[in-house]
Design a protein around this ligand. Sequence first.
Ligand code: G3D
Ligand code: MG
Length: 175
Amino acid sequence: MDNEVRKKVILLGDGAVGKTSLIRRYVEDQFDDDYIFTIGVKVTRKDVTIRKDGEELQVVLMIWDILGQTDYHQIQTESFKGASGALLVCDLTRKETLDSLGKYWIPQFEKAVGKVPRVILGNKADLRKKKMPAEEFTSGIQRMSMGSLCLETSAKTGQNVAEAFEAIAMQLVDE
Ligand code: G3D
Ligand code: MG
């Protein structure tokens, strides 16, 4: 297809914030089709149709899932290379995972690839009683001057999951 665009998108964030669950929820049955295991990395392909200026564009997302532990530093920085965009994920029930986006994940990622499109996800929004208030999430992101689109998601209920991947795909075709 001549209007096909292929882009690498990486999910970043601390362990257990829900990166793997978000990918599973989004990709569903395509799960087994196209994936490659390398050490500490899993790549899944997802074809997305974006409507832009009345035109349909096919974007092939190559979605990279990496291990969350910060001691896998070497593997992580290797896997950042060539990324066109990132979904930065925190767990809304654990504030420290939001802080570490600003302290660790964003600086590391920018150091490797520069400024590329990103969307910040506050996951586990279904845990309504335990999660931080929406204002705390959005103001936390502003304070860390992460100035990007942010969404509350739930890999459990599916809330905003497709929207998150489509939002990043949309920014990537805009480039
Ligand atoms: P990671 O890939 O970022 O390390 P995982 O995170 O996708 O492995 O998820 C870690 C745990 O959080 C899993 O629980 C998973 O089921 C849970 N989880 C992920 N997303 C959500 C969500 O949106 N809502 C809720 N309630 N739980 C979520 P287990 O118990 O399997 O370790
Ligand atoms: Mg995982």
